[in-house]
Design a protein. Structure first.
Length: 321
């Protein structure tokens, strides 16, 4: 099958805000549509303004598929939080709100809810086959794919498709049981739209390794849907193989003391229950706390800083229950 000669490529904007000086704030919107009907894939990125790699991954995907798209359409919001991006902030700086805790949105609500409402409505009306929401985790973290999971959605046909798509990304699938009900992916699944959250390495700067991995993950999906030619080699991240028996469940540990953290397990390590993964010392080098794995689990990432206070989130894991 050859790529369609006539694909429609469009770059436009979605107005989100008129500021006090009457200037406009807008969200970039990208689309490539083939003349041949087929699946509809949405890519979204930078809901958190400091998580920037997804924007470049989308740019790379569009460079690729403008020459190779066989059927269907790909749409993208590459920069959902331009206000946070410009200030390197996770939040919408003007309102201090988390966009990815504001879905499905409210056209009469707060600034974050109004932006979420426009994004959500724009995506839903295209009846997507799959939505991939691109994020970044800690600086020292492995790439993995988050699967929303709770009793409300676990037995639906949409959820079954989500699980199937997660295996096609080539990343380690991790069940998110925090039950966050205001995220983009969770609300799409509730509406019957398969959606996944891809956590792709470090925030703040463009890590080219993360860009390469994210691009390959998305090409895996597009190839599986027949939207591009079959890949010469299906991308699989090395850590993904550890989930063949059972999908790990997301968990994390916090410290109970102040001091300096020395991490003794690195992201991607598979650790056993009781294995020491970090130690916390005071300024004189006296041991304050030993942190051990609570179960057999894989280390997903650890904190960006070695400073510890009681309640500091220090490491995240995928538990093998």
């Amino acid at each position: 099958m050859k790529p369609e000669k006539n694909v429609k490529i469009k770059y436009s904007f979605l107005k989100i805000l008129t500021t006090s000086d009457l200037s406009q704030r807008r969200l970039p919107l990208m689309s490539i549509e083939s003349e041949k009907s087929g699946p509809v894939v949405w890519l979204t990125a930078c809901a958190h303004g400091d998580e920037v790699s997804g924007m470049v991954i989308i740019q790379e995907i569009f460079k690729h598929i403008r020459r190779t798209l066989l059927k269907g359409a790909v749409y993208a919001f590459p920069l959902m939080n331009p206000i946070g991006f410009e200030t390197s902030s996770r939040y919408i700086t003007l309102s201090k709100e988390d966009l990815n805790r504001s879905f499905p949105g409210d056209k009469n609500g707060s600034l974050s809810e109004r932006i979420a409402d426009q994004i959500f409505g724009t995506i839903i009306k295209t009846k997507p086959t799959i939505v991939l929401d691109l994020h970044n985790d800690w600086i020292k973290s492995i790439p993995y794919v988050f699967i929303d999971h709770n009793d409300e959605i676990a037995n639906t046909e949409t959820y079954k498709k989500v699980r199937e798509f997660s295996e096609k990304t080539g990343l380690l699938p991790v069940l998110d049981t925090d039950e966050l009900e205001e995220t983009l992916s969770y609300n799409l699944i509730k509406k019957g739209v398969p959606a996944l959250t891809l956590e792709l390495g470090e925030p703040y700067i463009i890590n080219e390794s993360s860009v390469e991995i994210g691009t390959k993950c998305i090409l895996n999906i597009l190839s599986n849907l027949g939207m591009v030619e079959p890949l010469n080699e299906f991308f699989v991240h090395p850590v993904a193989s550890i989930a063949k028996e059972k999908t790990p469940v997301y968990s994390y540990q916090v410290s109970s003391s102040s001091g300096v953290i020395r991490f003794l397990a690195k992201p991607g390590d598979v650790v056993k229950k009781g294995q020491v993964v970090a130690k916390i010392y005071n300024a004189f080098g006296k041991l304050q706390e030993t942190v051990s794995a609570l179960k057999d689990e894989v280390v997903l990432g650890h904190a960006d800083y070695s400073v510890s206070f009681p309640g500091t989130l220090i490491m995240s894991f995928g538990e093998f229950n």
